[in-house]
Each structure stands twice: as C-alpha cells, then as structure tokens.
Write a protein that binds this ligand. Structure first.
Ligand code: NAD
Length: 423
C-alpha cells in the first residue's frame, strides 16, 4: 500500500507545492502577486561527477545544487549523498530550507544539493575524490556570500572539510565560511553536530508543555538513528522518557521498558545499524507505525507518514526531525485525530541555526564556547516555537501552516521591497 501511495503522489516537490498552496489564503493581499516566486527554484545546476575508482575504472555520478530563493540572503542548505537523490527531491529540500531559515529569521535564502550515490559502497578515498570533484563542479555558484552548503543524509564533518579545502584551493586562500558543519579545528562550531537533535528536543519539550504531555515515562519511537535521530533520542532518554522503538535501514527494534540510548549509540557506531542490539526484539518494519507510543520522531527520509500509517498511529505528538516526512493528506488525518505535529521547518531548524552561528564565527574569526552556542540555540528555537504557536492560535490553523505564514510573509515582503529587476 505505502509503495503505491508513494508512486501515485510521487515527488517531494508536490508535497511542498501543496503546502505553499495551503498558505496562500492566509497571506496579505499585497504579497499574493509575489507568491509564484516560491513555486519555482531560482537556479538549479545539474553536474556530471566522474571519478577514478580504486580499481582504476571510471564511474560517473549525477550531482545537483539548487538555490530555491535568495530574497533574504545567501543560499543555505545541506548536501545529501543517497542512491535515491533526484532533482525533484533536491528542489523540495531547497524550498523547505527557504521556509526554515525564514521561520527562524536567519539572514539566508534556501538551497540544497546532493549526489545520487550510495556512500557506503565507496572507499574513503573514492568518497574524497567524489566530494572534491563535486565541489569543483558546483564552485561557480557557491561561496560564503552566495550559497553555503552543510551536511545532510550521508554526509558529515569530514566531507565538509574536503569541500572547504577544495574550494579554498580553487580560490587560492583559505575560505572557512564556504561550508558549515566542518570539523572544529577547521573553523567548525562547537555544538553543530548535535544541534539538529537538540533542536528537536527543545521544540518537542516546549510543545509537550503546551499540550500537557509529561515527558517523564512517555514512550518514544524514532525512525532514523543517525545524526538527528540518535541525539534527539538521547536527550529524551536523559529527560526520563522511554525510547521504546527505533528503526533504521538495518531493521526495527523494540523494548517496552525503553533502551539505554547511550549503549545503543555505542552499538551503532560499531555495527553501523540498530539490528542485533541486545535486549531488544527485532520486529517487522511496518509494525513500527503501530507500536504504542506517545511521541513519534521521524528522523530518516521524506514521505514516511502516509495516510494509511497516519490512521494507525497511537502518538499524541509528532516531531519532524526529518525533512518532509508527512504527506499533506496524512497530515489532514493526523490533525483530525488531534495529533499535534511540530513541522520540520521549525522542529529540525537547530542544525541550520548553529550553522548560522558557525558562519558568523568564521566571518568574525572569533569563536564561542559550547555553552554560549547551546544557550543562543535554545533561545532562538523557543522564540520560534512561541511565534509559530501564537500565529496558529491567531489564525486558527496548524503549526505547519502557521510556520509557513510567518516565513512567507518575511520572504515575500523582502521580495516586494527589493522589487523585480529591471522593473
Ligand atoms: P544520517 O545519514 O545521519 O542518518 C539517517 C538515518 O536514517 C540512519 O539511521 C539510516 O539508517 C536511517 N535510514 C535511511 N534509510 C532508511 C529507511 N528506508 N528506513 C528507516 N531508516 C532509514 O542523516 P541525518 O543527518 O540524521 O538526517 C536525517 C533527516 O534529518 C533527513 O531528513 C535530513 O534531511 C534531516 N535533517 C538533517 C539535519 C542535519 O543537521 N543533519 C538538519 C535538518 C534536517
């Protein structure tokens, strides 16, 4: 069922367009003429990335960098390495970055990039060659004042380090601010690796308070145990919630008493997946969606919460760690069932917020402590939750629509005030 649903409603870009169409009726009349600016990307680059494999053969990979909107500042958004990457997906991910940076009021537009590749099948040297060649191919349209990549699914700090070094080599001098999410000794920021998971926890905590959901003892299910999912799970575990079910690409594990999340993190670091973790029952992947839970954290890929799964979910709160995990039709079902959704453009914005801090620190060549970073992050995330919550109250709409109203007003006002060149 889920597969046919995905095929019929193919494309994350379709999901994004449906979300934008939902917000239009709420916008001030003078902004409506500018809304089409959000319905197409400003710029999309498709590149061929040939590399010499370790066995001497040559392989070609397809890469993308899409700048969706630059009305409020340089493009900002991650780079994904995954076998399913395609233009439609990168376009949607870049658009969600436009909305996200505006919800947090960061001085950026939205961008995203990726390569259609399974990074697990490449050796470290092949991965480095792929990254350096891809960076060279997209170098004409990136830069600290133009478009600033960061990590996403399948990429990490090492890859950002190679990107920074390659771009710097092209420019002839070190340019730390061209990417964020770099290793700390290359101009990276303390707290960046854990920032997205932390943001999921902070926004989740704030919204849980508002709907009178007690964290202590609440049951949590997490899909995806990578950068975002594992940190969010860890912080909820530390707050005495029970992480009862975890799914990743290797399988789905369950323990009604809750996992020791630190032990699970250590296990995954060695075994590269959750399958086989002791003290857990391996269950069918589809059973993940019907486990008794209070909070669901999708933190893997988009298009996971289909209408059929939305009917069965027992959660009271969904925290979208992943980008675009919920189909619009599934969202309608969740809202009818009074299940609260903290949308991706708010919930997972912790990463881009600390990326912004990293970029600011690189520009100033002055670095903050981890305490300062976390304090500033929490403050911005809590402010964004309050802004979105009050807009939802005021307009009597969902948190997602409220976040889009806030963001679209900021973006379209900037567009209107800049005017359309040449006029
Ligand atoms: P990651 O590569 O570190 O982890 C991805 C996780 O998803 C892994 O545990 C993997 O096993 C799992 N996964 C992959 N395919 C799966 C499948 N078919 N079923 C179940 N699990 C599967 O990636 P990440 O950085 O944690 O990103 C996860 C999500 O969060 C993505 O949607 C990404 O766009 C979003 N996000 C990431 C950041 C960030 O800072 N890294 C920021 C904002 C949003």
């Amino acid at each position: 069922m889920s597969l046919s649903y995905e095929m019929e409603n193919s494309g994350a870009w379709q999901t994004y367009l449906a979300q934008i169409n939902r917000v239009a009726p709420y916008l001030e009349e003078d902004l409506i003429p500018f809304i089409n600016t959000l319905k197409r990307p400003k710029r999309a680059l498709i590149v061929d990335v040939p590399i010499v494999m370790d066995d001497g053969s040559i392989q070609h990979f397809e890469g993308y960098r899409v700048q969706h909107n630059l009305s409020r500042g340089p493009g900002k958004g991650g780079i994904r390495y995954h076998p399913d990457v395609e233009l439609n997906e990168v376009m949607a991910l870049s658009a969600w970055m436009t909305i996200k940076t505006a919800v947090l009021n960061l001085p950026y537009g939205g961008a995203k990039g990726g390569i259609r590749v399974d990074p697990r099948k490449l050796s470290p040297r092949e991965l480095e060659r792929l990254t350096r060649r891809f960076t060279t191919e997209i170098s004409p349209i990136i830069g600290p004042q133009i478009d600033i990549p960061a990590p996403d699914v399948g990429t990490n700090a090492d890859i950002m380090g190679w990107m920074m070094d390659t771009y710097s080599t092209i420019k002839g001098h070190t340019v730390t601010g061209v990417v964020t999410g770099k290793p700390v000794h290359l101009g990276g920021s303390l707290g960046r690796v854990r920032a997205t998971g932390r943001g999921v926890f902070v926004t989740g905590l704030e919204v849980a308070k508002k709907i009178n959901l007690t964290l202590e003892g609440s049951r949590i299910a997490v899909q995806g145990f990578g950068n975002v999912g594992s940190e969010a799970a860890y912080l909820f575990h530390k707050a005495n919630a029970k992480v009862v079910c975890v799914q990743d690409h290797t399988g789905t594990i369950f323990n009604a008493d809750g996992f020791d999340v630190k032990q699970l993190q250590d296990y995954v670091a060695i075994h590269k997946g959750v399958a086989g973790f002791p003290d857990a029952t391996l269950i069918e992947d589809e059973a993940f969606w019907t486990v008794e839970m209070d909070i669901l954290i999708p933190a893997a890929l988009e298009g996971q919460i289909t209408p059929e799964r939305a009917q069965k979910l027992t959660a009271k709160l969904v925290l979208e760690g992943a980008n675009g995990p919920t189909y619009p039709e599934a969202e309608d079902i969740l809202l009818q069932r009074q299940i609260m959704i903290v949308p991706d453009v708010l919930c997972n914005a912790g990463g881009v917020t600390v990326s912004y801090f990293e970029w600011v620190q690189d520009m100033a060549s002055y670095f903050w402590t981890e305490e300062e970073i976390n304090e500033r992050l929490d403050k911005l995330m809590i402010k964004a939750v309050e802004d979105v919550w009050h807009t939802a109250d005021d307009k009597d709409c969902s948190l997602r629509t409220a976040a889009y109203i806030l963001a679209c007003e900021r973006i379209l006002k900037a567009r209107k005030e800049r005017g359309i060149f040449p006029g």
